[in-house]
Design a protein around this ligand. Sequence first.
Ligand code: UDP
Ligand code: MG
Length: 342
Amino acid sequence: MTRELLTIVVAAFNEAEALPILHRRISDTFDTMAGDGLDLRMLYVDDGSTDGTWQAMRVIAGADRRVAVLRLSRNFGKEAALTAGLDRVETGAALILDADGQDPPELIPQFVAKWREGYDDVHGTRRHREGEGWLKKATAHAFYRVMQRLSKTPIPTDTGDFRLLSPRALAALRQLRERHRFMKGLFGWIGFNGVSIPYDRAPRVAGNTKFGLWRLWNLALEGITSFSTAPLRLATYVGLGTATLAFGFALWIVGKALMFGDPVAGWPTMMTVILFLGGVQLIALGMIGEYLGRIYEESKQRPLYFVDDWHPAAMGVSSTGIQPAGGTPHAHGAATARSEDA
Ligand code: UDP
Ligand code: MG
């Protein structure tokens, strides 16, 4: 019997309190999955925490041989931390969870069941979100809808990073090395068959959110600029619109001057027009700047993250030591080989 490998990938930034609680819940869930024919691993990524998250991770890894821990050289942000984690899942599938318990690990068996039905991208879609402010919920709601309209990439609504990726989806994702990483968009961009699992999002088990409104706004800008050039086109349309209006206005002024002469007047109109056009031009420049800045960042070709410390799971990725009948390590060998099916 071939045993498949599933790694739970968790990015954590200052989650010293929440992580042990989450680990407990994940291993309890793993216990219920014994006999599933799955090898299960956890990979915790410390995204440059300053609060003892790394120490907590080391303690967890010391006590549980299934746990691998990775520490980045500084805080690179959740998208880079997830990338770092997924880069290290060389075999089998990966399932991404938030460190704060908002994505219930108890649903892992449901995700696995869908994966076994042949889906490559099983994602959790939030039905309710608890413990989050109305403003965050409302803006998130609006964001997913705007994104859908602006972008050709299918990005499922109300769907975060809570998802299981099959080995081939992972291999595909690994080829996308852009610096500005809007993961929710990248997951959608790679395609393959996806399916969503509705769930209720619980409040955090401990600690505070790292995504305030300003950070979310920036994430939204990242999403829009990474997956749509609609704002650039908008500038063109606004320009066309104003030019048309200006042309009509010019005809009207010239006509008026021809018929009624031209007493010097019209300072208010002139100011209005100048200010309006100046504003429109600045907005358009700003939008171009958003893209230009991103081109600049991409062109530097910097690595996406640096690793400070890495401890693979003591148990390795091969298996729990249960040899297949006949003693040939064939099945395990297949599972340990680097995935090259990209
Ligand atoms: N996170 C991270 N790096 C960061 C910020 C957040 O790895 O720079 C992790 C965080 O530890 C958590 C997940 O991303 O596991 C989601 O963050 P959070 O719960 O603060 O966001 P929210 O659920 O409030 O949107
Ligand atoms: Mg959270």
